[in-house]
Design a protein around this ligand. Structure first.
Ligand code: HEC
Ligand SMILES: [Ca+2]
Ligand SMILES: [Ca+2]
Length: 511
């Protein structure tokens, strides 16, 4: 229901642009990109714009040393973008990028210009072919006017069969951090000698800093499955976003020498075996874990006064959940105090995010990637800018908090909270007053059951009444009703769906 108008809006926007392009002989290119949506926050109005289209999986976005947006394409191209005109300039085409699906040219970061020489470097992580597996390397390039020169290999890691990571970040004190994936190799992450499943730390020249945890080793922290986001706060706190396996995607706050648990621990150390490992290895729990998974990707720290509502937060984009999350941090940055979701399902898979020095936010889509469920739209892949607007001129989008998924366990919790006071924990009710749900014939009449739940019920000979529960979501409704239909010896397999609940809601309103 919600998605349709948004889709139509994109089409009208594009049409309007095409028509005015004909009328004004495409002078559009000289002007600022148009506002396609507005996001309304407490006091700020934001403008959502498309600043670049028709790219192929822009895996990384960063603010270049020449004060423009730089990005890459996974196949091995590095570009600079003129955001006002949408024109891009190819800086480098890598020749040796190898591997399928999630391999390619991945994370990049640029160092600040050297105070003495003015030189800055671009660090880029990419996969390459070795005999029987895939390697991952970090290469440093010297930035020259319109190109990148003097490639120097900072580090190379072999033996990958997937899970490459990998992001690169440069700390405020100009050290290079590189997050490698576990290579889809059991045992790599907890093995100090294996550079997979780690965060590695180097000086700009590739040497190993004297204050690394283990002298002579680039390993800064270990125990990571597949890091997809790496971001420094202004005060040099380092955060990651990571893909879990079937459950528990994570955001972590990194500590020097820390063990982040994989592959012994998924998410928090809450199982008995996980607790035992955490105790012995001093493993660190994530700040946040997501089950069901969201496939988090690029992450950036936001602290600019341009969007005051987003100050001191992590901006996290996701591939599977297809949105932008704003993770508001506590003052000390050691916890996430609030989570809000923006642009939900609007642009498909989102891969990378970066913040410009002026406080604008740039995002990239990833709809041309390997994922078989990707559905590229016209103009994909795009680079989207979120900037401040004076007023609302387009369709308004607002943020929403995440929906907590209802599981079988909390369906019982919902029953206890909302129903047990009258119908009793065991569903036996009170004869003559509160009907026994364990024996009601409505268990086999799903539509009537939904109607009673949503709209309540009152019969004249009963002084009590069944209240309306239409304030609960369709998901919660389906969970509670399926709980009572499959408890106390019942086993109704034709379970009630959220759509069925919605259908009864609408029907009742219309009739
Ligand atoms: C405040 C007390 C109260 C609460 C709380 C309550 N009910 Fe009821 N419920 C009643 C009463 C009273 C009736 C009988 C209404 C009538 O027939 O007049 C009833 C009837 C029903 C019926 C119809 C049973 C039949 O055989 O006709 C269903 C189903 C039902 N409730 C489900 C629920 C569920 C599910 C919840 C929790 C989400 C719930 N009720 C919470 C009081 C309550
Ligand atoms: Ca972990
Ligand atoms: Ca766990």
């Amino acid at each position: 229901m919600k998605k349709k108008p948004a889709g139509i809006k994109i089409i009208t926007g594009a049409c309007a642009m095409a028509i005015s392009c004909i009328l004004f002989q495409c002078r559009q290119a000289q002007r600022d990109p148009q506002t396609l949506f507005n996001i309304v926050l407490d006091t700020s109005v934001l403008s959502v714009q498309e600043v670049s289209t028709n790219n192929k999986v822009p895996w990384e976005l960063l603010w270049g040393p020449d004060n423009t947006l730089w990005y890459n394409e996974q196949e091995g191209r590095i570009y600079r973008l003129d955001a006002a005109s949408g024109k891009r300039k190819l800086l480098l085409r890598m020749q040796d990028v190898a591997g399928k699906t999630t391999a390619g040219l991945l994370g990049m970061a640029a160092s600040a210009p050297d105070s003495a020489t003015g030189r800055s470097y671009l660090f880029a992580a990419s996969t390459f072919a070795i005999k029987d597996s895939i390697g991952l390397k970090l290469v440093r390039y010297l930035v020259q006017k319109d190109t990148l020169v003097e490639p120097k290999i900072i580090a190379a890691v072999s033996g990958f069969r997937g899970h490459y990571g990998s992001r690169v970040a440069i700390s405020p004190d100009q050290k290079v951090y590189w997050a490698t994936g576990d290579g889809a190799q059991q045992g790599s992450t907890q093995n100090a000698a294996d550079l997979k499943g780690k965060i590695l730390r180097f000086n700009l020249d590739g040497s190993i800093p004297a204050d690394n945890p283990v002298p002579g080793s680039p390993v800064w922290a270990k125990g990571f499955r597949n890091i997809q986001g790496l971001a420094f706060s202004d005060s040099a706190r380092l955060y990651t976003s990571e893909h879990g396996d079937a459950i528990d995607d994570e955001v972590n706050l990194i500590r020097k020498g820390g063990n982040f648990g994989w592959s012994a621990i998924e998410g928090n150390a809450d199982r008995a075996d996980e607790k035992a490992f955490a105790d012995s290895a001093n493993a660190i729990d994530p700040l946040r874990a997501w089950t069901p998974t969201i496939a988090p990707s690029g992450m950036a720290f936001y602290n600019h006064s341009k969007i005051p509502e987003w100050k001191n937060s992590l901006l996290l984009v996701s591939l599977k959940d297809r949105n932008l999350r704003v993770l508001h941090l506590s003052k000390d940055g050691h916890s996430i105090v609030k989570e809000m979701i923006y642009l939900d399902k609007l642009y498909g898979r989102l891969r990378a995010v970066c913040v410009s020095p002026e406080g604008d936010v740039y995002l990239s889509t990833s709809n041309h990637d390997w994922n078989p469920y990707s559905k590229p739209a016209a103009g994909d892949d795009k680079i989207i800018r979120i900037t401040k607007a004076d007023r609302v001129t387009a369709k308004v989008l607002s943020g929403k908090p995440p929906q907590t998924k209802v599981s079988r366990e909390n369906a019982m919790g919902l029953y206890t909270v909302y129903c047990a006071s009258c119908h009793k924990e065991d569903g036996a009710g009170t004869p003559g007053i509160f009907p026994a749900l364990r024996t009601t014939p409505l268990l086999n009449q799903p539509q009537q059951l939904i109607d009673v739940f949503l709209f309540g019920k009152r019969t004249t000979n009963n002084p009590n009444q069944m209240p309306s529960f239409k304030f609960l979501s369709n998901e919660e409704a389906a969970a509670v009703l399926n709980f009572i239909r499959s408890s106390w010896g019942h086993n109704n397999t034709d379970s009630i769906t959220e759509a069925a609940v919605q259908e009864r809601r609408t029907r009742k309103k219309d009739g």
